[in-house]
Write a protein that binds this ligand. Structure first.
Ligand code: F6R
Length: 606
């Protein structure tokens, strides 16, 4: 949450680099933004707005330029979205400027203890930090010493990635990180800092990972990293082999539609990444051994990734015969259940940065339990800190609502579950032809994507004005119903519940009234007839029903018919029309599909 970017270089192009970087980071928060730049003569400019990067651009004038600067795009935690609360924040004497991603747990105590006489202009926790740097520098410390002293009084509950500038030292950037992600971008005649490599891929493909406790001083030609123990360390850059254009929208109006459309290709990419020509599976033996030695898998995740975990539960139990539990990360960390004797943890996370999941991984590491992260982002925090990583190969996901990462997570879980079961000689795994099945899934997804205009019409007829809606299903379709409901509510603001269809009659059916949309997902042969009965019950109470079903279970009048695929993989296909319904409902209502209100993509605060 919140994106930060900084550059120190030799050319006067800092504004362009910062704006381009912030546009790439806007998925992390988009309620306000700002930049601070200095030129080689020490001329400084601060520009901040409430609103988007586009609004920030409108406020820039040609005289605002420089070779060094810091920028920020915000997702509000402390204080409403406003120009005053936008970053960069500055100290009372106007010397220090700071951007921050994270939360300072003890900011009130620090304010009371050190800054009682300081006049604050914002309601943020961040301003306390920049005022502290000034406070300690007034005690005669150098900027670096004052910065380090400030870091030393911030408590362990806090999370931060900071970028600091001192107006008296144009050309120098100070950075520090704890829990929030931060990378150094290494260039031939510049150096930069960013929350995500995507922000600086136009400038460089070489990045250095920072770890918690690092303090960095950067100039255009030098990088000085001090680790948490105060040692000067030399970290080798890694190369990001990704084209900057992979995160462009191309001809699409919205990233969400582009990413929905990309799903068949992602299925093929996963097949080619994990499957050999002969269909055998290519996964690290040490990981497979560690998983097969465990007596219980614990999947920990948040939001859509949690929903992918629910499907994973079916896959690991049915194909690998390993008992599996799925937990919401923000609940698990502070209320850990009694664990089995040999637990193995799986962290599902598109971004690899979700703070709720990370706080669980920190505990799991302290307890010395083995772990795997399944993520879309190589070198992300969860990937670095788990014992093993499997990548999603989905390409950058920019729309805040996750689509292709969800289906990629399920596909990777399926490949992994198949291999685990195969090693154990489990019949269901041996019979599961993942190579052929993923191809069938990709084709079925393509059929759905090709029928998007029918789904657009269905959205218009049924969801255009409704205030609430339900998705219902049983078994694996219930897992899909929960994800489908999240998709619709987060982008269209229609209050939607995903419900076990058999459970409706135990109370929630009271909410059904004339015209309430109820979307039933029916792909599970065992429970299809029961869900059909539940559909009749809601029709009898006036519901406006849409049925999403598999070809072999379809009945006359069903609105969305999915090509048949392996029953264990139906969530990969049945979610596609639900994603499209959400997309078109949001678009038809005139909302910002890719950046729904109140949300951000990478949730790096707990
Ligand atoms: C919803 C959505 C979120 C994320 C959740 C976890 O469309 O994208 O619910 O799934 O914030 O994020 P990751 O997967 O990055 O850990």
């Amino acid at each position: 949450m919140c994106g930060i970017v900084g550059i120190t270089g030799k050319n006067d192009n800092a504004v362009a680099v910062l704006i381009n970087g912030l546009e790439k980071l806007e998925y992390r928060g988009y309620d306000s933004a700002g930049i601070f730049v200095t030129d080689s003569q020490g001329q400084a400019n601060l520009v901040k707005v409430k609103g988007r990067i586009a609004d920030l651009k409108d406020k820039l004038t040609p005289d605002i330029k420089g070779n060094t600067g810091i920028g920020h795009t915000r997702w509000a935690t402390h204080g409403v979205p406003s120009e005053n609360n936008a970053h960069p924040h500055y100290s009372e004497n106007g010397r220090f400027f700071l951007v921050h991603n994270g939360v300072i747990g003890n900011f009130k105590e620090l304010k009371d203890k050190y800054l009682a006489d300081v006049k604050f202009v914002s309601e943020t926790d961040t301003e306390v930090v920049v005022q502290l740097v000034e406070h300690f520098s007034n005690e005669g410390l150098t900027t670096k010493e004052a910065f380090k002293k400030t870091l030393s009084v911030i408590d362990a509950s806090s999370s931060y990635a900071f970028l600091l500038m001192d107006k008296n030292e144009p050309g120098t950037l100070y950075a520090a990180k704890s829990k929030s992600p931060l990378l150094i971008a290494v260039g031939p005649d510049f150096n930069g800092v960013c929350s995500d490599a995507m922000a600086m891929l136009k400038e460089t493909h070489d990045f250095i990972e920072l770890t918690d406790g690092d303090v960095v001083v950067l100039t255009a030609s030098s990088i000085d990293i001090e680790d948490k123990d105060g040692n000067h360390v030399d970290r080798k850059p890694f190369h990001v082999d990704q084209d900057a254009s992979a995160s462009e929208k191309g001809a699409y109006e919205h990233y969400m539609l582009k990413e929905i459309d990309e799903q068949p290709a992602v299925m093929r990419k996963i097949a080619s990444a994990y499957l050999n020509e002969d269909g055998s599976i290519n996964i690290d033996d040490a990981l497979l051994k560690a998983m097969n030695q465990s007596d219980r898998l614990y999947i920990v995740a948040a939001g859509t990734s949690y929903h992918a975990g629910l499907v994973g539960h079916e896959l690991f139990e049915k194909l690998a015969h390993i008992p599996t539990e799925v937990h919401v990360a923000s609940e698990f960390g502070y209320n850990m259940p009694l664990l089995s004797e040999k637990p193995f943890f799986i962290f599902l996370s598109q971004s690899g940065e979700t703070a709720d999941s990370r706080q669980v991984l920190v505990q799991v590491n302290e307890l010395n339990y083995p772990s795997l992260t399944i993520t879309n982002v190589a070198n992300s925090t969860l990937s670095r800190e788990a014992d093993y990583t499997l990548l999603l190969h989905a390409g950058p996901e920019i729309a805040v609502a996750s689509t292709k990462a969800y289906t990629a997570q399920i596909a990777v879980e399926a490949v992994l579950a198949k291999r685990l079961g195969e090693i154990k000689g489990i019949k269901e795994a041996a019979q599961f032809d993942i190579k052929a099945d993923l191809t069938t899934v990709a084709n079925a997804m393509q059929t759905m994507v090709d029928e998007k205009h029918d789904i657009e019409a269905l959205a218009k007829q049924n969801l255009n004005t409704t205030r609430n809606a339900f998705y219902i299903g049983r078994a694996i379709d219930y897992d899909t119903a929960i994800e489908a409901a999240l998709k619709l509510k987060e982008v269209s603001y229609v209050q939607t519940e995903g419900f076990a269809s058999g459970e409706l009659k135990h109370g929630t059916i009271a909410l059904i009234e004339e015209g309430t949309p109820v979307i039933a997902i029916i792909t599970d042969p065992k429970t299809a007839a029961h869900t059909r009965s539940n559909v009749q019950e809601v029709i009898a109470r006036g519901a406006n029903v849409i049925i999403i079903t598999s070809e072999s279970l379809a009945q006359p009048g069903d609105q969305i018919v999915l090509p048949d695929v392996n029953p264990l993989l139906t969530p990969l296909v049945s979610i596609v029309p639900a994603q499209l319904l959400a997309y078109y409902t949001s678009k038809q209502r005139g909302y910002d599909v890719d950046k729904p209100r109140n949300l951000a993509k990478s949730v790096t605060v707990e």
